[in-house]
Design a protein around this ligand. Structure first.
Ligand SMILES: [Fe+2]
Ligand SMILES: [Fe+2]
Length: 198
């Protein structure tokens, strides 16, 4: 269940989860379509979606979680340390899974139907993995943050989540990612996007 966004950081975190979820669900939709005998979207659509789910977490989302929300929460309480350990290692695991997904897509592009099953499985696996990850953050970490963080902590965390960039790299990645999201919306065929029918 979703917490009311009583802090800007909570709202931004939930919005970023929604964007990632939309992208992953979009990939699942296309994979399901192909499995049911429909046509695959152009390769560049899958490629752009994969680029999004590779770069958005790494460049925009995870640094704010790791270095602000999780770090401050660890300082204030040990109550959810185990969960934070899991989530931090999942941030690294996610990078590996997404790489496997990229390789599976390349094999699908090279070998066609023969390699589709593996690509499809990897998409399902990644979706389960990342949705589970986001649920843990929303169901366990955010309520703990509301319970244990003080107003000074929130001031700092809100500022980090509201910054329209990666606060550590000082680069406006979020804007780049917004452009990529719009591009995908424009090239992906309906009902996922507004692009041409395949
Ligand atoms: Fe995360
Ligand atoms: Fe997250």
């Amino acid at each position: 269940m979703r917490l009311p966004p009583t802090q800007a950081a909570i709202r931004v975190l939930q919005e970023e989860h929604d964007l990632l979820s939309a992208m992953i669900r979009g990939m699942e939709y296309f994979v399901r379509t192909v499995a049911e005998g429909g046509k695959a979207p152009e390769s560049k659509v899958f490629r752009a979606m994969l680029l999004y789910i590779t770069e958005y977490p790494d460049r925009v989302h995870h640094p704010k979680e790791d270095h602000y929300l999780f770090a401050r929460l660890r300082e204030r309480s040990n109550a959810v340390d185990d969960v934070l350990d899991t989530l931090e290692s999942e941030h690294k695991l996610g990078d590996r899974l997404v790489l496997q997904l990229q390789n599976a897509l390349t094999r699908f592009e090279l070998h066609g139907a023969l390699a589709f099953g593996d690509f499809s499985n990897q998409v399902q696996r990644y979706s389960q993995f990342y949705h589970g990850h986001m649920r843990l953050e929303e169901d366990i970490v955010l309520p703990a943050a509301v319970q244990y963080l003080n107003s000074f902590d929130w001031e700092e965390i809100n500022a980090a989540f509201l910054a329209n960039d990666n606060p550590l790299a000082g680069t406006d990645y979020k804007k780049d990612m917004q452009k990529l999201f719009s591009l995908i919306a424009n090239i992906a065929p309906p009902p996922v996007g507004l692009g041409p029918e395949t």
